[in-house]
Design a protein around this ligand. Structure first.
Ligand SMILES: Cc1ncc(C[n+]2csc(CCOP(=O)(O)OP(=O)(O)O)c2C)c(N)n1
Ligand code: SF4
Length: 295
């Protein structure tokens, strides 16, 4: 992906505390690449996160950022988008934040379809709190809270997003930042909610789902002539996990209106546009005394 302006615009001096080798580094780079490719400048984007290792991401780039409480970035992002549709609103959070504590917000956002893009750093573990199993941990995964192996079935974000009505559903791998950047850019360009679930190795706590594990299994849907507009095919692809794991756009439809297009309360203007109008209206009580003073 050739970028049209300098990625340095997004650089930031904050000390990075991610473990060396963490997949979150590639996600950070891919997001910057995608924004640069779309010529979106730092002040034109808002990155909203929750709590977790991956949710530290807005701290590590120059951009408008909002770190919410655990599991709530989608609610905050939807509100921000309604208030100011000129902002490119991007949510970045972990699988625990998104699919665990934020699970209901995830489902409601899929069916609500606000024009925001969500990047889920899916490392199949709770990284920040030191390696408990998460909703996407594979059954049997041995972790600090499942010494005999996780006994629950894993949450399937692709299938749940599809069933809940999401209009753009993609999966990527943190070991391929340029491919990931293309998917993020496509998600941002998509009108409505876009989910990009990123397979993100946690090199410290998940010793099963490693870079090597994923490299042996992933394949690219676009290499197989796959048609992402077919809902039935997407349902089958959403359930492919194990020996072969598809990455790319699983499902996409442009047929659904974005949530904010249907919110009638915004017909008279958004909160930000109304504030701008107010600011431009002459306020005689302010300038009349000044005029008298300098007459
Ligand atoms: C209400 C609430 N419950 C629990 C926590 C503790 N907590 C902080 S981060 C986290 C898990 C984060 O996991 P994930 O979202 O997968 O992100 P990762 O750290 O793996 O990037 C938990 C349980 C919290 N901060 N707030
Ligand atoms: S604990 Fe895991 S997810 Fe957190 S920074 Fe380290 S490698 Fe990344």
């Amino acid at each position: 992906m050739a970028t049209k302006f300098d990625l340095k615009a997004f650089d930031c001096p904050a000390e990075n505390t991610w473990c060396p080798g963490c997949g979150d580094f590639a996600i950070l780079r891919a997001l910057k690449l995608a924004l640069a490719e779309l010529e979106i400048q730092p002040h034109q984007a808002l990155v909203v996160s929750g709590i977790g290792c991956g949710s530290k991401l807005p701290d590590y780039m120059t951009v408008n950022g909002f770190m919410t409480i655990h599991g709530r970035p989608l609610a905050v992002a939807t509100g921000a988008r309604l208030a100011n549709p000129e902002l490119n609103v991007i949510v970045v959070n972990g699988d625990g934040d998104s699919y665990g504590i934020g699970g209901n917000h995830f489902v409601q956002t899929c069916r609500r379809n606000p024009d925001i893009t969500q990047i889920v750093e899916n490392n199949q573990i709770y990284g920040l709190t030191k390696g408990q199993y998460s909703p996407t941990s594979d059954k049997g995964l041995v972790t600090t809270t499942s010494p005999s192996g996780a006994i629950e079935q894993a949450f399937n974000p692709m299938a749940i997003a599809l069933a809940a009505g999401a209009a753009f559903i993609a999966r990527a791998f943190a070991g391929e930042p340029r491919h990931l950047a293309q998917l993020i850019a496509a998600g941002i360009k998509h009108r409505g909610y876009a989910l990009i679930d990123v397979l993100q190795p946690c090199v410290t706590f998940n010793h099963v789902n490693t870079y090597e594990w994923y490299r042996q299994r992933i394949y690219h849907l676009e290499d197989e002539g796959y048609d992402p507009s077919n809902r039935e095919s997407a349902w089958l692809k959403a359930h492919e996990w194990g020996e072969r794991i598809p990455v790319g756009v699983l499902y996409r439809t442009e047929d659904l209106p974005a949530y904010e297009e249907e919110v009638r309360a915004l017909d008279g203007g958004t909160p930000v546009s109304r504030l701008r109008e107010l600011a431009q209206q002459p306020r005689p009580e302010q300038y009349e005394p000044l005029k008298k003073r300098f007459a």
